[in-house]
Design a protein around this ligand. Structure first.
Ligand SMILES: [Zn+2]
Length: 78
């Protein structure tokens, strides 16, 4: 299953999710533009990371961090 979200540069990230098809996400994007007056250039539909909410699949910050921390074991500090 794939999930899609709408991302806003101005809004600081994902402003609407989830959608379950690109068509559904695009329809919602159009609604935000026409009804809510959002800037069309600011809103992008992106596929979501399935492991982390509100993160795009391509460029998920949490996945990137997890890869960097691969050597660490799950020990807790403090
Ligand atoms: Zn992720």
């Amino acid at each position: 299953m794939r999930e899609y979200g709408i991302f806003s540069e101005e809004g600081g990230g994902c402003i609407f999710h989830p959608c379950y098809s690109p068509e559904e996400a695009e329809a919602e994007r159009q609604r935000l533009i026409t009804v809510d007056g959002e800037d069309a250039d600011d809103l992008t539909v992106r596929e979501l990371c399935l492991d982390h909410e509100e993160q795009p699949k391509d460029g998920c910050e949490e996945c990137a961090e997890a890869e960097e921390d691969e050597d660490d074991t799950e020990d807790e500090e403090c």
